[in-house]
Write a protein that binds this ligand. Structure first.
Ligand SMILES: Cc1ncc(COP(=O)(O)O)c(C=O)c1O
Length: 383
């Protein structure tokens, strides 16, 4: 039934065997930099590649500072701690996200509130956010109180789903109005811009992941980006066990975290970053090819939202209903073309069932219909 789709995907990737969802590409200076790193013996968290990578990622995103971390989840956790999110605070996020956004809130002892997404961005809806805050909160002494629970809503964590920017400027304006700190989960959206500005740079802090499936990777890794010098310095301090700098003494002035990125990972990432532009061009060409194909194929291809330039990290189809989604997943995976549904929404996970939410209409609608299809950049292919 979906034979033409499979044949088309095989014609792109030219693979007789399995086609993965997203494969990393190591085509540049990766081995050279790794060898340099090994030869220098600076394989751990001190070394020139970490500093250089932080400089380069800040430069690329347009943020004033970047702080490399062990992964995106630790970057999210640290950002929330830096936003002073503590036990019994509330944090708004979307339910249509990877579990890490929600876990990081829980690590702080805080309580997530799930607000709906927009159908055309798959990211947090400013309309739904405004409606929730207007109905349920009051601002007293520069703090936003949830009238239902009496708790403070400290932060908001929207996510740029599959690399597509959400309406982040509207979300920022609403957060400012309600005195809520904005932390962007830009884990999936390195190389994605909204109204010409890189995702992750609208809020007080943004978080990027370099996990194995992301557009550039070091196997594992993450970073916080921010324009705030004080936050940047605290982030570096807290992620490096809060060690007080000294030539030989080991003193720590607070409970810190071992969330630093090893020099080895930074070496790999620096090489990956040098090829980001070609990955982006290639992935956008792939998306355009998919778009043309699915225009004549009756399946609905998800296109980048208006006023955005997306990295098209994972290409996405919106199926007509759950039944069609499941039969597509069944057929494609049976024929070794890897496809996958979106995550089970956070409000349906057993540990999150008691949390407050709005109606989550679009979240429920989308989560039954979304399917990611093979999306690896293919640098040997000219479209
Ligand atoms: C939306 C989102 N947030 C957070 C993360 C966590 O990043 P990491 O896997 O690097 O911890 C990921 C991906 O892995 C993600 O997709």
């Amino acid at each position: 039934m979906y034979e033409d789709t499979i044949n088309f995907i095989r014609s792109i990737y030219g693979a007789e065997t399995s086609i993965p969802l997203h494969e990393p590409q190591f085509i540049g200076n990766e081995k050279r930099y790794l060898n340099e790193c090994i030869d220098s013996t600076f394989v751990s968290s001190v070394g020139k590649f970490v500093d250089e990578f932080e400089d380069q990622i800040a430069k690329y995103t347009g943020a004033n500072y970047a702080i490399a971390t062990s992964n995106g989840t630790s970057a999210l956790h640290l950002s929330l701690l830096l936003a002073n999110v503590t036990k019994n605070d509330e944090v708004i996020t979307q339910s249509l996200t990877f579990v890490a956004s929600c876990n990081a809130i829980n690590y702080c002892g805080a309580i997530p509130i799930f607000i709906d997404v927009d159908k055309d961005t798959m990211g947090l809806s400013p309309t739904a956010l405004q409606a929730f805050l207007e109905k349920n909160t009051t601002v007293v002494d520069q703090q936003c109180f949830n009238k239902n629970t009496g708790r403070v809503i400290k932060a908001c964590v929207p996510m740029h789903t599959f690399g597509h920017p959400c309406r982040i400027d509207d979300i920022k304006n609403i957060c400012d109005k309600y005195k809520i700190l904005l932390i962007e989960d830009a884990a999936e959206s390195l190389g994605s811009f909204y109204k010409g500005k890189h995702t992750g740079t609208f809020g007080q802090m943004g978080v990027i992941s370099f996990n194995g499936n992301k557009i550039i990777t070091a196997g594992g890794g993450g970073c916080i980006i921010t324009n705030d010098e004080v936050l940047a310095k605290r982030a570096k301090h807290m992620s490096t066990t809060a060690k007080v700098p000294h030539k030989w003494k080991y003193t720590h002035d607070m409970i810190g975290y071992n969330y630093r990125m090893p020099n080895l990972n930074a070496a790999l990432l620096l090489a990956q970053l040098e090829n980001l532009e070609s990955f982006l061009i290639n992935k956008r060409q792939l998306a355009a090819t998919y778009k043309d194909f699915f225009a004549t194929n009756k399946l609905c291809f998800f296109e980048e939202p208006l006023q955005s330039k997306s990295n098209y990290w994972l290409n996405t189809l919106v199926m007509s209903d759950k039944k069609e989604r499941d039969s597509f997943l069944e057929y494609t995976n049976k024929h070794k073309v890897m496809t996958r549904p979106s995550w089970a929404p956070m409000h349906r996970l057993s540990m999150n069932l008691d949390y407050q939410s709005d109606e989550l209409k679009n979240t429920n609608w989308l989560s039954e219909r979304l399917v990611n299809i093979p999306s690896s950049a293919l640098l040997t292919k000219s479209f």
